[in-house]
Ligand binder design. Structure first.
Ligand SMILES: NC(=O)c1ccc[n+]([C@@H]2O[C@H](COP(=O)([O-])OP(=O)(O)OC[C@H]3O[C@@H](n4cnc5c(N)ncnc54)[C@H](OP(=O)(O)O)[C@@H]3O)[C@@H](O)[C@H]2O)c1
Length: 324
């Protein structure tokens, strides 16, 4: 089978396309033919050795996939060859076939295509955990989303609307904001051309957002926190802009507000039952047509480097999919 391999830390062009033996399932494992693997921003970091997770070489990027079960090992009763499944796995999905523990798989409804199923678990899983479990977002509250056209950002726009919030999408260009509006945003702010603090205050009649979802970091975090509402919740999701901001704690005191960290991957390992319930809910919403999982582009495995460069160059809206 074909596999994209990272043999040493470096840039996307240093990835290799290699031939590997087909995997065999061990006890409790399943071999899945990958129909779609999804790339996330952190794949650009993992191959460069700049992410908290540093897998042993050689490894494949892509932390989630959807596909069809080909073979099951002894003791596996929940899945059989032909079943449509998806999973997240940290890394390793940019290849024709994966072998994975059966208890990590979720069933994919027949009306959810593989591209959307592959891109659902990490972005929407992170965001549902962030908005529901961490921020305890309530219907009628105002949610401001930074990086609102990105993978987790667009998920936050859609899930925020589904949870009954008023959503203010914040992004760096008119076309990114137009996409967020198509996905339900009630108001938009271009933080490349507007002062984010002033615009957030203006968009909320001076009150400030109840919840701020920040996967971007850099200069935007402090500007957004300065606008947050009384007893607001500021969600630290990621640092796509590169710089990890330092926030003045007087702002937290003055607003009686909370800064809440979101580490979805660690939470999902610690509380598999709650994670599985969230993913099942997301698959159901997707099957019911309530979540779009917008696909920006689909690349073959041989063009994984181009796909990763598009993400790193801030040129992607929604998900980037690899199709073996
Ligand atoms: N905490 C968790 O559990 C968790 C889980 C998943 C992902 N994350 C993190 O969330 C962040 C976003 O991930 P993602 O997969 O949604 O990424 P993505 O699709 O690439 O979106 C990132 C967004 O950040 C903005 N951005 C600002 N400066 C950027 C830069 N220099 N390069 C790239 N993007 C930049 C872009 O929007 P504008 O151009 O509109 O600014 C872009 O849409 C990453 O830091 C990722 O590691 C965290």
């Amino acid at each position: 089978m074909q596999a994209v391999l990272c043999t040493h830390f470096g840039g996307p062009d240093e990835l290799e396309l290699a031939q590997l033996p087909d995997p065999q399932p061990g006890a409790g494992e399943v071999v899945v033919a990958v129909k779609a693997a999804s790339l996330n921003f952190f794949d650009t970091l993992i191959i460069a050795g700049k992410y908290q997770l540093k897998p042993a070489f050689p490894f494949s990027p892509a932390a989630e996939f959807a596909g069809v079960v080909e073979a099951v090992g002894s003791g596996v009763t929940a899945f059989k060859p032909g079943d449509r499944v998806a999973a997240s796995m940290g890394f390793g999905a940019a290849r024709d076939r994966v072998v994975i523990a059966a208890d990590r798989l979720v069933a994919v409804p027949s009306n959810v295509d593989f591209d959307r199923a592959a891109g659902l678990i990490i972005t929407y899983g992170t965001t549902l955990h962030a908005l529901k479990d961490r921020a305890r977002l309530q219907a009628g509250e105002t949610l401001a989303v930074l990086g609102a056209s990105g993978g987790v950002g667009l998920a936050a726009v859609e899930l925020g609307k589904l949870m009954g919030a008023r959503v203010i999408a914040c992004a760096s260009s008119a076309d990114k904001l137009a996409l967020a509006t198509q996905h339900g945003a009630d108001a938009t702010i271009n933080y490349a051309s507007e002062d984010l603090r002033d615009a957030l205050r203006q968009a909320t009649g001076g009150k400030g957002p109840d919840v701020i979802y920040d996967p971007v970091g850099g200069p935007y975090s402090e500007q957004a926190l300065r606008a947050i509402g009384w007893e607001g919740r500021f969600l630290v999701v990621g640092f796509a802009a590169g710089d990890i901001p330092k926030l003045p704690l007087n702002l937290v005191l003055l607003k009686n507000c909370d800064v809440r960290g979101v580490f979805w991957g660690a939470w999902a390992e610690r509380d598999r039952a709650a994670h599985n319930a969230n993913v099942a809910q997301l698959m159901q919403w997707c099957a019911e047509g309530k979540l779009a999982v917008h696909v920006h582009a689909v690349y073959p495995l041989a063009r994984t480097a181009d796909a990763l460069k598009a993400i790193a160059n801030r040129a992607v809206m929604g998900k980037v999919i690899l199709r073996p």
